[in-house]
Design a protein around this ligand. Sequence first.
Ligand code: FES
Ligand code: FES
Length: 173
Amino acid sequence: MPQISITVNGKVRKARVEPRLLLVHFLREELLLTGTHVGCDTSQCGACTVLIDGRSAKSCTIFAVQASGSTVTTIEGLASDGELHPLQKGFWEEHGLQCGFCTPGMILSAVNLLNDTPKPTEQQIRDGIAGNFCRCTGYQHIVNAIQHAAKNGLPKRTRKGAKAAASAAAGGR
Ligand code: FES
Ligand code: FES
């Protein structure tokens, strides 16, 4: 089995995995990072979205071996020093969730969106989360939550170039 090495939430994780193992299953079943959800088997729902080298990606569409050498951020890695990320605060303040199943993926897609477009229009927000389905909220509160975060801006660690920051945090490995 191939050996992989992925920096996940600032920590280098090495393992031997089956070549067919999906990244989402590596995160959930090997690392027990169960905030990354599986909501479909057709790559449509976005519940499995994580950041790979600072860009959002559906972790059910990528083999763990393909992510080797990359930096991955899951929802568990967004808060820092007990402080919620501005997007987490936005979802909290604006009631951007009900069951919460879509929320981790929605938030990580929104990090990507605000990296590309720090002050998005409502339409840009709706387009930015078009790959993420919510079965509960009707989206308006989610849009409000992302607008709330856009007002505060993203912290450095989740801005573009977060790979360099995360590898530095992991001791440059
Ligand atoms: Fe639905 Fe990945 S689990 S898109
Ligand atoms: Fe339930 Fe989005 S909050 S699926």
